[in-house]
Design a protein around this ligand. Structure first.
Ligand code: ZN
Length: 184
């Protein structure tokens, strides 16, 4: 029985690197894993997923799933899964249950304001297995929150998804995220 996995973590927790390694592990075993991401996420350019440590892999868009024969793959891997819609998560559930192809989705749990992302909400609700990809705050505690940074300061207002801006993100523990504290 195939399963739907949701692996969530804060910014900088190596989710994309992890996703690329999973794809490579299938390849090493002579199997075929398909990398996917929602079309919305365009910072990596056309049909590529790229990790902060420099690994990259080709991918297709989740929006293309209807025209892909998923049964020719041993696994589907979804990066940036927080951006999925409810319908897209439902489609992944159907692939797992009806085509018996496992799906491993990687994404952020909550946005910079602490609200669940749509895709993460439904993955939390429906995944067979939910696992945390951990990273640490500057203070050494586990980082579970994502702070949006502009001009060196933590900002708490704005759109959930801001593409093409000059903002950056950093993972903080809940306390330092609440305080907006980026270091000693
Ligand atoms: Zn901290």
């Amino acid at each position: 029985m195939a399963k739907l996995y949701f692996r969530y973590g804060a910014m900088g927790s190596s989710k994309t690197a992890n996703a690329i390694m999973v794809r490579y592990n299938y390849y090493e075993r002579g199997q075929n894993a398909l990398m996917l991401k929602p079309r919305l996420e365009t910072r990596d350019g056309e049909k590529t997923v790229r990790s902060r440590v420099g690994l990259e892999a080709p991918c297709r868009y989740v929006e293309e799933l209807d025209s892909i024969d998923v049964t020719q793959y041993d696994c589907l891997i979804v990066d940036e899964a927080q951006f999925l819609t409810r319908d897209q998560v439902q489609k992944l559930v159907d692939i797992v249950d009806n085509q018996n192809v496992p799906v491993v989705a990687y994404g952020l749990r909550a946005d910079f304001q602490g609200n669940l992302f749509e895709g993460s909400k439904w993955l939390m609700a429906w995944a067979d297995t939910i696992e945390e990809v951990k990273t640490v705050c500057w203070c050494g505690r586990k980082a579970t929150c994502n702070a949006r940074i502009a001009n060196g300061k933590v900002i708490k207002t704005g759109e959930q998804i801001m593409l093409g801006g000059n903002e950056s993100y950093v993972a903080l523990c809940r306390r330092h995220w609440a305080e907006g504290k980026l270091g000693e």
